[in-house]
Design a protein. Structure first.
Length: 293
């Protein structure tokens, strides 16, 4: 059944691509390993929808205020994100760049941004899809494959987000955090801004990076993964951790026994409350330690 669903998602995606006359076909620019990763992601999310269940939605621990802001331009086009901060904020707070899952910048991500802001941060939830959202797996597959095929604009997007927090919000330190696709791009943000980012959190994102890229990293890294993750296999995570340690990096990698991909996503079928709660505890402690120095 999973193989049938996976095939259906791919067929719908490719049909959509072929119907766009004059558009660039992303398939030809994606490596075999990235295509395989996207296939596994589609399989893992085949039964998911981006709608959080009330029982799994945790409110912020303090009142926050949020607004839509234009935080820069990508290819000359303005990009908008969700900026949120504690309502009773005093003084200069550290900043966080929050990166969405493969669905896009939806209400789930805004809720997570609010939770993080309540912990004492100026949070900018970025939009790597340029305003597009997916509510069904085939649409999410299409958006994530387009992003993977053409990563340059997303890198420009993240540089703009950093500049906004640094120059407009004037935060003293900046961290990154993301889930799934966002976890992969949290690592990517660290790679493209190795001397600027002060802390990086990766929730079950693909940890694809070369030794020269990892060697440039200066910030501490927290990685949170599941032992039954089919998108990011344990062997890949173990190798990533070994490479970071060999290169002398400050990395804390946790693998939750029995947890699957997207274990912290309250809208997914793989949601694991126990693992998600512990990962949140580790995340808030990690960010406080390295962004409040």
């Amino acid at each position: 059944m999973l193989m049938l669903l996976r095939s259906l998602i791919l067929v719908l995606f490719l049909a959509g691509c072929s119907s766009q006359s004059g558009s660039t076909q992303p398939k030809s620019t994606i490596s075999a390993s990235d295509r395989d990763m996207l296939d596994r992601t589609a399989e893992a999310h085949a039964h998911d929808t981006p709608v959080a269940t009330p029982a799994a939605t945790t409110p912020p621990v303090a009142d926050v205020t949020g607004e839509t802001v234009s935080y820069g331009t990508v290819g000359g086009v303005p990009v908008e994100g969700y900026l949120v901060r504690p309502k009773q904020a005093r003084g200069r707070l550290p900043g966080l760049i929050v990166i969405h899952e493969w669905w896009g910048l939806n209400d789930n991500v805004r809720a997570e941004a609010a939770r993080l802001a309540a912990e004492g941060y100026v949070v900018l939830a970025v939009d790597l899809y340029g305003g597009k959202l997916a509510t069904e797996p085939p649409a999410a597959m299409k958006l994530s494959q387009e992003l993977t095929a053409n990563p340059g604009p997303a890198e420009e997007n993240l540089r703009a987000a950093y500049k906004y927090l640094d120059e407009v919000e004037k935060v003293p330190r900046i961290g990154t955090i993301g889930w799934c696709l966002g976890g992969r791009w949290s690592l990517r943000a660290a790679v493209i801004l190795p001397d600027q980012i002060d802390a990086t959190v990766i929730y079950y994102g693909t940890v694809k990076a070369t030794d020269p890229e990892l060697a440039k990293l200066r910030m501490p890294i927290l990685g949170l993964f599941g032992s039954k993750d089919r998108v990011v296999p344990v062997a890949t995570v173990v190798a990533f951790e070994a490479n970071l340690k060999r290169l002398g990096k400050n990395a804390d990698i946790h693998i939750y026994e029995g947890a699957e991909h997207a274990f912290a996503n309250p809208s997914g079928t793989a949601y694991d409350p126990q693992a998600a709660e512990d990962a949140w505890r580790l995340t808030t402690a990690f960010l406080k330690e390295y962004l409040y120095r």
